[in-house]
Design a protein around this ligand. Structure first.
Ligand code: 13P
Ligand code: SF4
Length: 311
């Protein structure tokens, strides 16, 4: 069986397999660690294995290659990109920075290595609020590239001097207030877990703040934050507003609880490009090695290390 062959090759070649929460079930099952962007970056930084096989999208594998330059990083499909990381290029960022020469550039981990090399801080959805809080109040911030996460962070920190790039992830932007409101009205006992990249995040936050819903009922969380929340919550029913791949892990770890996707259509075609066959081929042939030019990696590493230091 393919699964057994993967296990054998993994041991023989001293490989650790990391998989994002949005990967298909078979890929999650053969991974040594499944987690969110921050958790996987932490695993990549500390792994003793010689090779990292990254089952996720390209920017995640690049991040691993930057923080562990002495390791070989493989990705099963080099076409596994990200619409959010494509929403800003180097030229645009340099121009934006030149218009605000004293600002601090904070970028989401969903960016290319080139973009990271121009950042002061990198962050993920689970630590974006704390990263921004760590920056002195009088410093102007350029936050990129996700506008929904940016608005959420601005609201949570009360920061007025934060400029936000108008980028989005097509999957999360497609989870709209209508999807969530329709379920809020029909599933009165469910808890609502919302990823801050969703276009429904800002309106939902205002509704919660205005007392339309109890704040216990609506939680805004990263994917790993959602995993921890469902494990510890007394509720039995959850509406999940993020990419639907996470539901497999949620059901597996919490078989007695019920999980309903806010939108069935919220599937990331890039994450789904990683199949068991491609994992096997990549392990066997050691193709699709992800590399980052040394100069870019050296500049990007500082912003990533700042991200890893703040939880
Ligand atoms: P997290 O897993 O960090 O919450 O990120 C979600 C995402 O969209 C990754 O591409
Ligand atoms: Fe990028 Fe969105 Fe896919 Fe995450 S879900 S990898 S942000 S396109």
């Amino acid at each position: 069986m393919l699964k057994d062959k993967i296990e054998e090759l993994k041991k023989e070649k001293d490989v650790v397999i990391l998989a994002h929460n949005y990967e298909i079930p078979e890929v999650q099952d053969i991974a040594d660690f499944v987690g969110d962007s921050l958790g996987l970056a932490r695993q990549a930084a500390k792994t003793p294995h010689k090779t990292i096989l990254f089952c996720g999208v390209h920017f995640m594998a690049e991040t691993a290659a930057i923080i562990s330059p002495e390791k070989k990083v493989l990705i099963p499909d080099t076409n596994a990109g990200c619409s959010l990381s494509d929403s800003i290029n180097l030229e645009q960022l340099k121009k934006w920075k030149s218009e605000h020469p004293n600002a601090i550039a904070v970028g989401y981990v969903n960016t290319t290595a080139e973009i990271k090399s121009e950042l002061d801080y990198c962050c993920t959805s689970s630590n974006a609020v704390n990263v921004v809080k760590a920056i002195p109040d009088d410093k102007e911030i350029l936050f990129l590239p996700d506008m929904f996460l940016g608005s959420y962070v601005a609201k949570m920190t009360g920061r007025k001097n934060m400029l936000i790039w108008a980028g989005e992830c097509h999957v999360h932007a497609g989870i709209t207030p209508d999807h969530v409101k329709e379920k809020l009205n029909s599933l009165a006992n469910a808890e609502f877990l919302i990823h801050p990249e969703c276009s429904c995040t800002t309106p939902m936050m205002y509704d919660v703040a205005n007392g339309s819903y109890s704040s216990n009922q609506v939680q805004i969380l990263s994917t790993e934050g959602m995993m921890n929340h469902v494990k510890n919550s007394k509720s039995n029913e959850f509406v999940v507003a993020t990419e639907t791949g996470i539901l497999y892990r949620m059901k597996k770890q919490n078989p007695d609880k019920k999980f309903i996707p806010a939108s069935e259509k919220a599937e990331c075609e890039y994450m789904k490009m990683i199949t068991l066959e491609k994992v096997y081929n990549s392990l066997l042939n050691e193709t699709n090695v992800v590399t980052v030019p040394k100069e870019t990696a050296d500049k990007a590493r500082l912003a990533i290390e700042r991200m890893l230091a703040i939880s």
